[in-house]
Design a protein around this ligand. Structure first.
Ligand SMILES: [Mg+2]
Ligand SMILES: [Zn+2]
Length: 167
């Protein structure tokens, strides 16, 4: 029998890259990694967590960010991580507007559940990390442990704490 995988689900804006005030990241020139994110992801890779990005991107539904642009941003993000020896296993995004009432937009756990099936995830031993209450709510609904990023605390500290908790 295949054993299940543990995962760290990461919100994107405000966790991996700097949030733009009142704007969407529309192309790669607007994407800025937060400090020590690459190191943090590398540590979590080494600790055998699947790294899965789950991000609301309503800018796509609004027509502000083109799907092709978003895919390009994600490809470059993964390429740059790879150069640092860090690896993202999957990226899920919700392109919908709030009004569309889809199942994937956080605080709903749709993206986590989809990834859970595709990666055979054991939610009990997995984490959702985000900078907003809706991230935390989505993680809890999926049955994950959760961690809300504060401005004073980077992903590296959180990654270390998660790994420490496993010991
Ligand atoms: Mg965020
Ligand atoms: Zn959606």
């Amino acid at each position: 029998m295949l054993s299940k995988n543990k995962a760290v689900f990461l919100d994107r804006d405000g966790v991996i890259n700097k949030k733009l005030p009142n704007d969407y990241v529309k192309d790669w020139t607007e994407f800025e990694f937060l400090p020590y994110v690459k190191e943090a992801i590398k540590l979590l890779n080494q600790a055998k967590f699947k790294i899965i990005v789950v991000t609301n991107q309503a800018g796509v539904g609004k027509g502000i960010v083109k799907k092709e642009q978003l895919h390009k941003i994600h490809q470059q993000m993964m390429d740059e991580l790879k150069e640092s020896g860090a690896h993202i296993d999957g990226i899920y995004y919700c392109p919908h507007l709030v009004e569309e009432n889809c199942n994937c937009r956080k605080p709903k756990p749709g993206m986590l559940k989809k990834a859970g099936k595709e990666f055979n995830i054991d939610f009990k031993n997995s984490w959702m990390i985000g900078d907003e209450p809706k991230d935390i709510e989505a993680g809890k609904s999926a049955g994950c442990k959760t961690y809300q990023v504060t401005t004073n605390e980077g992903l590296l500290e959180i990654a270390k704490e998660i790994i420490r908790e496993e010991l």
